[in-house]
Design a protein. Structure first.
Length: 292
């Protein structure tokens, strides 16, 4: 996928971005070293660079619309995305040359800063879309999330059936381990993939951590050698195997949630930042032409 995206049509847009970058450098250098008029965004070269940068920003913003128009004849989504990556990268050079690195506490610098944040978030999005899908496929081992959730539900039901033959203390522990297991949660919890599962132990009013189902698994492993009957040991071994399998599935699902979160979080930044950039760009252009 990443080869097709970045090397689309023989690196067509990579070459275009390189040419545009070189032309921008030449144009910037043509401003000369006149002390009275040093390179800045107010020269005709600066205006040209600014116009190119503004047009690039507007064009790059259109990609989100193009991706959702499946019947459009204006090129392929893959081609547009390849162009988006390369031209988004060269935009940083064009905008920097336009500003001549003359930054201050004003709306012009705000527009530049927002543009940098949009580009950085875009490169993050590129990275996760090139690497995370493969990790998702490897993590899920040929199944989708729904299939794993179905197996988890079936496993929990099996545990409830098996634990009915155990003493009340173990029943209480096992059922609380099922009920107090946690998946998802806040965005921070999803991205960290930390296990916040808990369990209620006998003679305690407050639940304690049961991360990785460790407390439940440890309790079962401690009970097995103390079993008085072979049938009791068999049930405990069965529960141990079930909770061990449950641990594996829960970890897999947390990793799935984490990876999908990495895929989505950049959009929570990229799209709002893009909208803010467009607003700042309009204000920047209006201010330049009205007050300068």
């Amino acid at each position: 996928m990443h080869i097709n995206l970045l090397a689309w049509r023989g690196y067509r847009y990579g070459k275009l971005a390189l040419i545009l970058g070189l032309l921008s450098i030449v144009l910037y250098a043509s401003q000369g070293g006149d002390a009275a008029q040093p390179p800045n965004g107010g020269t005709w070269q600066g205006y040209v660079l600014g116009t190119v940068g503004a047009l690039l920003i507007l064009w790059l913003s259109v990609l989100g619309i193009r991706k959702r128009r499946y019947n459009s004849n204006l090129g392929t989504v893959q081609g547009w995305t390849s162009a988006h990556v390369y031209l988004g990268g060269v935009l940083l050079l064009v905008a920097t040359l336009h500003s001549a690195a003359q930054l201050g506490w004003n709306v012009h610098t705000l527009a530049y800063a927002l543009m940098c944040m949009v580009i950085v978030s875009g490169f993050y999005g590129l990275y996760v879309y090139l690497h995370v899908p493969g990790r998702l496929a490897g993590n899920n081992a040929g199944k989708d999330r729904e299939a794993w959730l179905e197996e988890l539900a079936a496993l929990d039901e099996h545990i409830r059936e098996v634990v009915e033959s155990c003493d009340a203390e173990l029943q209480s522990m096992a059922l609380s381990a099922l009920e107090l297991s946690r998946l998802g949660g806040s965005l921070t919890q999803q991205l960290s993939a930390r296990d916040h599962s808990r369990i209620l132990l006998p003679n305690q009013s407050k639940a304690v951590s049961n991360a990785e189902q460790a407390v439940m698994i440890h309790s079962l492993s401690q009970r097995i050698p103390k079993a008085r009957k072979q049938s009791e040991a068999a049930v405990l071994n069965q529960l141990l195997a079930l909770f061990g399998r449950r641990q594996v599935i829960l970890n897999l699902l947390r990793r799935d949630i984490q990876l999908r979160g990495f895929l989505k979080i950049w959009l929570l930044l990229h799209i709002p930042l893009t909208i803010a950039l467009l607003v700042a760009l309009v204000i920047h252009i209006f201010t330049v032409f009205i007050y300068w």
